[in-house]
Design a protein around this ligand. Sequence first.
Ligand SMILES: [Fe+2]
Ligand SMILES: [Fe+2]
Length: 240
Amino acid sequence: MTFNSETKVNQIAVSNPGARHILEVAGIDYCCGGAKSLQDACLHANVPAEEILRQLRQNSERVVPGETQWTSAPLADLTKHIRERHHQYVRDAIPRLRALLAKIREKHGSNHREVGEIEKLFGDVAREMLMHMQKEEQILFPFIDSLDRAATEGSAVEPPFFQTVRNPIYSMMKEHDSAGELMRQIRAASGGYKVPADACTSYQATYQGLEEFEKDLHLHVHLENNILFPRAVDLEAAAV
Ligand SMILES: [Fe+2]
Ligand SMILES: [Fe+2]
């Protein structure tokens, strides 16, 4: 794929994992704000578009080990991967990060007021994400799996109560925007996860864990917004 400043960032992210990695490192939003052109996204992230384009052209064929090309794998495999890899990660990370945040707020909260703010923001992300993943697992993903099965077997799909897959997808994308925005606020409040000089090991572990959580959320939302959801819309349209 050839890139220019007008190419949409979600197309760049989907093109290969190496390109997605470059966007992630540069702090460019390719999951929730993926519909922006590279030029606009770079402006938003305050990074020079020319430099990003140069890196993309140079490294676009680099393959990050362990990332499958989900653009062609069966959709039921992708929903399974998201559940097992990303939903499970979120469920494991939440209690660990909540406990760490409570611990460092008690110890450092009076000197570092931002810890209380981050704890509150993370509480909101955690609550929203747990409900969000439950909706995906109970409503949207089973329907996508049935679309995938019907396409393979050439059978009909039972009409869903939500009429079209576009309806729950729309709600899920709104919720992705909200979680992404809360993580951006956490990043800002922590000064880009910069650990203060007087920080203890738990403080470091908390910021490291939050940064990893944000990174995983980007990949998770990318797989859904940029690959799973558009492919499900196409599959549903082909089934009618
Ligand atoms: Fe998800
Ligand atoms: Fe989601």
